[in-house]
Design a binder for this molecule. Structure first.
Ligand SMILES: [Zn+2]
Length: 241
């Protein structure tokens, strides 16, 4: 059942996502080296939470609501994989428009982040919380990455800050608010499919987007941060029982 508090949590989490994203942008603007270093730990921690939450909580719940949720999960995963490939291909095709293509990719991604808050919280506060913590933490890295990508696209620092905020930070609460009226009206079986699709998206995000980004670095503390994220998810799951 969807209550007012569900909506309140969605607003709180999606606005926090926006704030943490903006913090990432500001930190990398002020102190690039420090922000880049912290970013890797945040990515690993987020990856730990975001691989655990679909595997131990969201996906099992989705299958319980709808036995076809596995197909939805596969579709979510494939959609992320191929939309990313398409954006990368377009980027290669039009080298001059690097900034713009990167912005479109990040914009779509952050918009989908917002939809995830609305779907997960509509299923249960617990699942929303778990996915939400991982997502909010990964926003810091996203702010850092967006700003750095925009500078590569020959934008001035001031313009890069504004564009990064509009495209990476603001799109998340917008996505959440647009998705909420739909997500909150879905019946249980359709909500199961939506949660399945979100599980596929989260598995993609952590396993083939966040983790590979830090695996090259091979820092010991990165794996600790990853395990810390996994432990938090396990702690929350067993803590609720
Ligand atoms: Zn994101």
């Amino acid at each position: 059942m969807v209550t007012f508090s569900t909506f309140t949590w969605i607003v709180i989490f999606s606005l926090s996502a926006m704030r943490v994203n903006s913090l990432g942008i500001l930190f990398v603007y002020r102190n690039k080296e420090w922000a880049e270093r912290v970013k890797d730990h945040f990515i690993c921690f987020a990856a730990g939470v975001l691989i655990s939450s679909p595997l131990i909580m969201a996906f099992p719940q989705a299958v319980e609501k709808n036995p076809n949720a596995g197909l939805a999960a596969l579709s979510g995963f494939m959609f992320m994989l191929f939309s990313n490939k398409l954006i990368k291909y377009k980027m290669k095709q039009a080298e001059l428009a690097f900034g713009i293509t990167a912005l479109i990719g990040i914009g779509i991604h952050s918009f989908i982040d917002g939809i995830i808050y609305s779907v997960t919280f509509s299923v249960s506060i617990m699942i929303g919380f778990l996915a939400g913590i991982g997502l909010v933490v990964h926003e810091f890295a996203e702010g850092v990455i967006t700003f750095t990508a925009l500078l590569k696209g020959d934008l001035s620092k001031k313009k890069a800050i504004i564009y990064a905020f509009l495209v990476a930070a603001l799109t998340t609460p917008v996505g959440a608010l647009i998705a909420y009226p739909f997500a909150s009206r879905l019946n249980d079986s359709v909500l199961g499919l939506a949660l399945g699709a979100v599980s596929g998206v989260l598995i993609y995000l952590s396993a083939s987007h966040l983790l590979p980004a830090v695996q090259e670095e091979e820092k010991r503390h990165s794996y600790l941060a990853f395990l810390f994220g996994v432990s938090l998810a396990l702690f929350m799951m067993f803590g609720k029982q």
